[in-house]
Design a protein around this ligand. Structure first.
Ligand code: NAD
Ligand code: MG
Length: 402
């Protein structure tokens, strides 16, 4: 067994911390090469103390100075750098075999794409990369021949339930040629699945970030509450599995035990089940095609008792419909959807807009900007920037109106 040398992008986040937890259990298999974080310097110092990476990367010079001081005080000789190019450098360094892409949002795209181009084993948690630049990212994957392992629990489940030949080369076949009728993408329905829809304007930040089953970062928690997360995941599945939107069915499953399913032509439905703990898909990605211990409690089906399934409610969760519409429209629309959502969610978390304003901001951006040209990465970055500017403006207007 060859030891993997790992860079973790977004090491202080929910996925980053879970990745370090799995790695810590298997020092003979994994060595940490580099860790990155936007700002949580104390957490990053603690991770450096434990894992002794060669490099640590933060967002800016101020945080880099704080980190350097903290590391020096503890006698840790990790080299410190900052900024987007440093993130790329730690993702493509010759020694690195494996990159965990766990930065939240479009900020994670450049380094993730660079890792794929460099042929690294890419563990992809950062779904926004695929929403923003799915076609270009998958092109990079097939050109470099890199091993791409989905970490999002649903996509990891689908990956596990697909035929070997298909999951490793989805673009050389099609779902129907592989005997697959549909991908069944499960969704918990989030904290507001049964809440009175008339009270949605009063939803607080504390209520929105409190997911019933999963413990996650704040942005993805709000996305789960609006079901935009499932919308982003539909787009993610489209690219990861070469799956047309009409072959992806969202299935609301409040227990979050069945992590997704693949329905075959002969009537079989293959599912992956487990406790809602991201260390399972992370361990799968780290060890693939082997299986390793992940610190996850065994699933107790008797304690679970029952599994419920129902169709999604598009009226209650307009973000889901907006994501399907953006996928259907193609071109710049998914990039617009993603950027407008990021800005709107940040504004909601800052209590500048209501929960119910999130889909309004996105819809307005989609109707104004989705016809922009989006052929190259530069085009997509321009769409992303323009959408952010537009969404900020819309939000200012709304704040003035409130
Ligand atoms: P998080 O907010 O807990 O952590 C995000 C990490 O990214 C942190 O280390 C933060 O410092 C870093 N970061 C934030 N902004 C940055 C920037 N501008 N530049 C560089 N680094 C930055 O988020 P999370 O919940 O761990 O999610 C990470 C990604 O994984 C997201 O794309 C999310 O959709 C995806 N994901 C998360 C889960 C989960 O259970 N948390 C499940 C599936 C997919
Ligand atoms: Mg998911």
């Amino acid at each position: 067994m060859q030891q993997q040398i790992v860079t973790i992008l977004g090491a202080t986040g929910s996925i980053g911390s879970s990745t370090l937890d799995v790695i810590k259990r298997h020092p003979e298999r994994y060595q940490v090469y580099a860790l990155s974080a936007a700002s949580q310097i104390d957490k990053l110092i603690a991770a450096c103390e434990l894992h002794r990476p060669q490099h640590a990367v933060v967002l800016d010079e101020v945080n880099a100075e704080l980190l350097s001081q903290g590391l020096r005080a503890r006698g840790i000789d990790t080299a410190v750098s900052f900024g987007p190019q440093a993130l790329i450098d730690i993702s493509i360094a010759a020694e690195v075999t494996t990159v965990m892409a766990a930065i939240v949002g479009a900020a994670g795209m450049s380094a993730t794409l660079a890792a794929a181009k460099a042929g690294k084993r890419v563990l992809l948690a950062n779904k926004e990369t695929l929403v923003l630049a799915g076609a270009l990212f998958m092109d990079a994957v097939s050109q470099s021949g890199c091993v791409l392992l989905p970490i999002d629990s649903e996509h990891n489940a689908i990956f596990q339930a697909l035929p070997d030949s298909y999951r490793e080369n989805p673009y050389q076949s099609s779902l129907s040629a592989a005997g697959i009728e549909r991908i069944l993408l499960t969704a918990s329905g989030g904290p507001f699945r049964t809440r009175d829809i008339n009270t949605f304007p009063q939803i607080t930040v504390a209520e929105a970030v409190k997911h019933p089953n999963w413990s996650m970062g704040r942005k993805i928690s709000v996305d789960s509450a609006s079901m935009m997360n499932k919308g982003l995941e539909v787009i993610e599945a489209r690219w990861l599995f070469n799956a047309p939107a009409e072959h992806i069915q969202v299935v609301v499953h409040p227990q979050s035990v069945v992590h997704s399913m693949v329905q075959y032509r002969d009537g079989s439905v293959l599912a992956q089940l487990g406790s809602p703990d991201m260390r399972t898909p992370i361990a799968y990605g780290l060890a693939y095609p082997e299986r390793i211990e992940a610190g996850v409690k065994a699933l107790d089906l008797f304690a679970v008792g029952r599994l419920d399934f129902s169709p999604p409610d598009f009226e209650r969760f307009p973000c889901l419909g907006l994501a399907f519409a953006a996928l259907k429209e193609g071109g710049a629309a998914p990039a617009v959807l993603n950027a407008a959502n990021e800005v709107a969610v940040a504004a909601f978390l800052n209590e500048e807009i209501l929960f119910t304003d999130i889909p309004r901001v996105i819809e307005s951006a989609l109707s104004r900007l989705s016809t922009l040209a989006a052929l190259s990465i530069d085009d997509l970055m321009a769409v992303d920037a323009e959408t952010r500017q537009f969404a900020h403006f819309e939000i200012q207007q709304k704040t003035v109106r409130c």
